[in-house]
Design a protein around this ligand. Structure first.
Ligand code: NAP
Ligand code: G4F
Length: 330
């Protein structure tokens, strides 16, 4: 039975990846950081089938200890401070988690079993930032626009460097935005679908957003974790862009989401200048042709399906949890 360790198992991607690996017959180990309350909302349904270990990307020896105990064949590094606006508020911490944390994990792998453990690093389309080419592919130069993007560029290159320096099987997946009903509510897709559900049920009157003009290549997280797994099953390690090849503006996202419940978005959305970022990534659109050709990977869920699925998941959640008397349908 293959063994895998996932850092960031409590996050959106960690939960989908744990499900996928279990379905592929793996013994799954997740790394969780210590907190005063448990944060297992996304993995509650899995806790009897996965083993959790306390460790932290800030603490080198905790990582080495987990790898020595588990002796996995695969390590997926999904842990990060992943919210772009927070990276301007906490730039040093973001660097520690998202950049230096990658070196700590790679060092732990190098010390424990450099030839036997394969490593996946969660790189990001944020590295393309002020894009130098459209669409973005593996060879497109990076131009990050936030402390988060800069930290991810470091994580990307240190992963390539350990591959080239030590002959380790380390890969970086350059993943474009991927979403789901498990997405954190601070990210724009979930903020919109949650907002639409609340407005529809009379629990909110408006939805305050920032830049409606920026464009993203949005896919479904469940499709993207399969690409992570496929990258570690190849004969040779390599880096891949994972994207749908389509781009949509935040405005289109908003319109699609309000259309799902038959409401006119213009009546509810307020553009709030306070939410404009110090430096914006205006346009992301990926070219996934290498992943399609080499990995045989293809996204299954389309943009309208993704938005619909998220809107209805949020509606159902409020319908389940908020008493009818409290709601005043829009
Ligand atoms: P997420 O939902 O924000 O999850 C992040 C995970 O990292 C959480 O489990 C979090 O634990 C953990 N974590 C944070 N700091 C840690 C530390 N110091 N030690 C141990 N664990 C720590 O992110 P996601 O959307 O699943 O994304 C997964 C990875 O892919 C991230 O690296 C992200 O930057 C990258 N990425 C995401 C996208 C996307 O569109 N989703 C695209 C490209 C790349 P807590 O639960 O304790 O906070
Ligand atoms: O949903 P977002 O916060 O995602 P962003 O910044 O693209 O980053 C996400 O995707 C990256 C991959 O490219 C990941 F690496 C990263 O970890 C994260 O998962 O914002 C998307 C766009 C931005 O242009 C933002 O300015 O939506 C715009 N936006 C407009 N109003 C908003 C809002 N974003 C948020 N979060 N909240 C708003 O109210």
């Amino acid at each position: 039975m293959k063994k895998a360790v996932i850092t960031g198992v409590t996050g959106q991607d960690g939960s989908y990846l744990a499900e996928l690996l279990l379905s592929e017959g793996y013994q799954v180990h997740g790394i969780v950081r210590r907190s005063s309350t448990e944060n297992f909302e996304r993995i509650g349904h899995l806790t009897d089938r996965i083993t959790l270990h306390q460790a932290d990307l800030l603490d080198q020896s905790s990582l080495t200890t987990v790898l020595e105990e588990v002796r996995p064949q695969e390590v997926y590094n999904l842990a990060a401070q992943s919210f772009v606006p927070t990276s301007w508020k906490q730039p040093v911490l973001t660097t520690e988690f998202t950049a230096t944390g990658v070196t700590r994990l790679l060092e732990a792998v190098r010390q424990v079993d450099p030839k036997g453990i394969r490593v996946y690093q969660a790189s990001s389309s944020e590295m393309f930032g002020k894009v130098q080419e459209v669409p973005q592919r593996e060879q497109t130069p990076f131009y990050p626009r936030s402390p988060y993007g800069v930290a991810k560029v470091y994580g990307h290159w240190i992963t390539v460097n350990y591959r080239e320096s030590y002959g380790m099987y380390c890969v970086s997946g350059i993943l474009f935005n991927h979403e789901s009903e498990r997405r954190g509510k601070e990210f724009v897709t979930r903020k919109v679908t949650d907002g639409v559900a609340k407005i529809k049920l009379g629990l909110a009157r408006e939805l305050r957003l920032g830049n409606l003009d920026s464009k993203r290549d949005w896919g479904f997280a469940g499709d993207y974790v399969r690409a992570m797994w496929l990258m570690l099953q190849q004969e040779a390690p390599d880096d891949y862009v994972i994207a749908t090849g389509e781009t949509h503006s935040v405005r289109e996202l908003v319109q699609n989401a309000f259309d799902c419940v038959g409401l006119d978005w213009k009546k509810y959305v307020v553009e709030d200048p306070a939410m404009i970022r110090p430096a914006e990534v205006d346009l992301l659109i990926g070219d996934p042709s290498k992943a399609m050709k080499v990995l045989g990977w293809k996204p299954q869920v389309t943009f309208p399906e993704l938005v619909r699925r998220m809107v209805f998941a949020d509606l159902q959640r409020y319908q389940r949890t908020v008493p009818v008397e409290t709601r005043k349908a829009a």
